[in-house]
Every structure is written in structure tokens, then in C-alpha cells.
Design a protein around this ligand. Sequence first.
Ligand code: FE2
Length: 424
Amino acid sequence: MDLVIRNATLPDGGTPVDIAIQGERIAAIGPRLACTGAREVDAEGDLVTPPFVDAHFHMDATLSHGLPRVNASGTLLEGIALWGELKPQLTQDALAERAMQYCDWAVARGLLAIRTHVDVCDDRLLAVEALLDVKRRVAPYIDMQLVAFPQDGLLRSPTAFANLKRAIAMGVDVVGGIPHFERTMAAGAESVRLLCEFAADKGLRVDMHCDESDDPLSRHIETLAAETHRLGLHGRVAGSHLTSMHSMDNYYVSKLLPLIAESGVAAIANPLINITLQGRHDTYPKRRGMTRVPELLAAGVDVAFGHDCVMDPWYGLGSGDMLEVAHMGLHVAQMTGREAMHQCFLAVTATPARILGLEGYGLAPGCNADLVLLDAGSTVEAIRLRAARRMVVRRGRVVSEAPRARASLALPGRPGEIDFRLGR
Ligand code: FE2
């Protein structure tokens, strides 16, 4: 074997196993495998997971924080206005260089698949060209999926639909939308219908920014689910954000949840950004603004957590760490039960992999040899510690390594070194 990782704990727990890798694939998994590897790694009982997956990101804006100025109000709408100020100043080279730097961070965080929206409302489609180029350059180590995103509104911006179609023809993978940003509720619903029909016609997936608002009457998710059902797009559609669901009437939601589940529409919450941008018009109490994650899960809906933003007009923090995203999601959704915390880990790994339709994802013989060795013994401990990525493997090749998190102590009668792990 090319690489054998010994004594690794898998995400669902159980007895530690060995993972044997030959070439770009996992050849075998089991206790004490009778094979030898050109390189052998002792996981020492630590967690090995398939890579982190970010189901919702904006690569065209990332690492542009402060350009041309910082978002003073902290609101979504000032962020959109600020992005509008920055767009004419963007150059392809600078945008690509920022994206490449972010991808370096992502790899070191074990984040090896990213679905990124790309704004198509600039007639030059400069960001589309730049990110298609970045996608080609990072393909050996990151699976990047691009969503054609009409940031200024599909119907509100006169050239948006034509630009979106051009972007898809250029190789962008997924159809995006932003119905709550159209001028009227009716225009929002119309945009959903047009985009879903276009996706059905082209055989594409759909992922819309949907109801990213505190307005409980922003109900475009209902139209998105109904159009998904009408056009037979089950399993290929995601609603991103869905923050208005936080503020909706409970009776209405009791009717909405089964519709979403029956339509096979996935939900993508973005906890860091939802908790930051929503509720800005409230005094006190202030709404959290994240969608109803436990209720969606209980209804059988796939729910992923996305990062959405890292150091851009909407958010000045972040470093590509999906464990930070899961950590925030867990807190905001109050998902503190043991199984609920584990589900938060799945929301940044297996669930988004399913939503993106990633092939060969997982830890099983025949799957891609893509995995992350964490400085943690379980999925919950990984979230608690935002654990160091001891080793990141892509297609059988070690692409990043980092030391365990440890601190030395100089205290009388106490250990000389601690690692923040319980019972060690
Ligand atoms: Fe977004």
C-alpha cells in the first residue's frame, strides 16, 4: 500500500481501524489490516473523517475586507451596496490571487470541497472567468462547484438573466437566485419559477439564496419547494439561508416543513453570517435569524452549514475552518444533545457532500483517498476544540500537516504539558 493510517477512530465511533490507501483510492478499512504501507501513520486513536465540505461560499468576494471601506452598519444591505462599490474596481488577477490564497487556507483546514456562488451581475463576467480559472488550478486538491448568482436580482437587474445563461454556457455548474431581493413578492416568485425551469431544461442543480431576511412573510422557499416538485427536481435543489423561517408563524411552518421534505429540497444554513447579519433592525429581544435547523432535520430534510463569508464586505473574520462554522451552528440552534452535536459535524462533512453530489466521497473501500486526521477523539471533541488538522490527504497524497494543539505549563505539582483532551 502507498499509505496506511493505523488505529483511527471513524466519525460514527466504534473500535479504531486501519485505513489502507493504494494510489488515489481507499483499498481497505478494518481492524489491524495485514498489509504494509510505503508510509505508515499512527493515528493513536484520533478521529479520521472524510474532508470538510462547504456548501455555501462567496469566493469572488473573499479576503477583500476593507476594500474600498469597511461595512459600518454591519447589515446585509450595506454589504451588498459595498460589494457594488468594489465590483467596478475588481481585476481578474487580484480576485484570483485572493481566491488562491483562501484555497491554501482551506486545504490546511481539511476543507477539500467548496460550492461557491459567483456574482453574474457584472456584464464583463470578470469574476466568472477568474473563478473558472481558479477552479481549474485548484482541481488537483479542491472540488469547486460554481453557482451563477444574480446578486442584484434576476429581474431587478436588466442583464442578469442573460448573464446567468452566459455563465452557465461558460461552465458554471449550478443555477442560483435571490428572490427576496427582487422588487416585489410576485417578482421573487417569478424569478424562482424562471430559474427552476431553466435548470430543469439544462439538467442542472439549483441553489438559491432564499429568504435571507427577518421578514416572516418572505416565503419564497414555499415557491422553491413547489417548483422543485412540479419540475421533478427532487434531490437537486437547495435553499440557502432560509432565515425568514426563524421569524415565521409556527402554524405556517408546520405546513411548510412537510412540503420542503416531500420536494427533496435541502437547506443550507450559514450560522456565522446569519447570527451576524440578521436581527439588525431589532432592538431587544434580538432574533438569532438562523433557520429552524433541528425542526428541518426532524422533518427529514438534509441540512448543511456553510461558511458563506470570510473577510469580505459582510464579515471580517473567518479562516476556512468548518469546525468553527459547526461550533456556531450548534450554539445558535441549541443542538447540545450528544446526537445533535454529532449532526452538526455531519452538517459540514457528509451532508453537504450529498447536497453537492460529490462522487467517491466517504471512508469505504473504493472511495477517493481523501481524508483528514484530527487532533480529537470524536466528532464532538473535534467541534469543541476546533481541532488541529494533524494530516490532510487528497487522492492518497499528504497535502498538509500541522502539530497537535499543546501548551506547556510551569506550575508546581501540575503536568508540564496539556492538550485540552479529557481523560488523557
Ligand atoms: Fe451567501
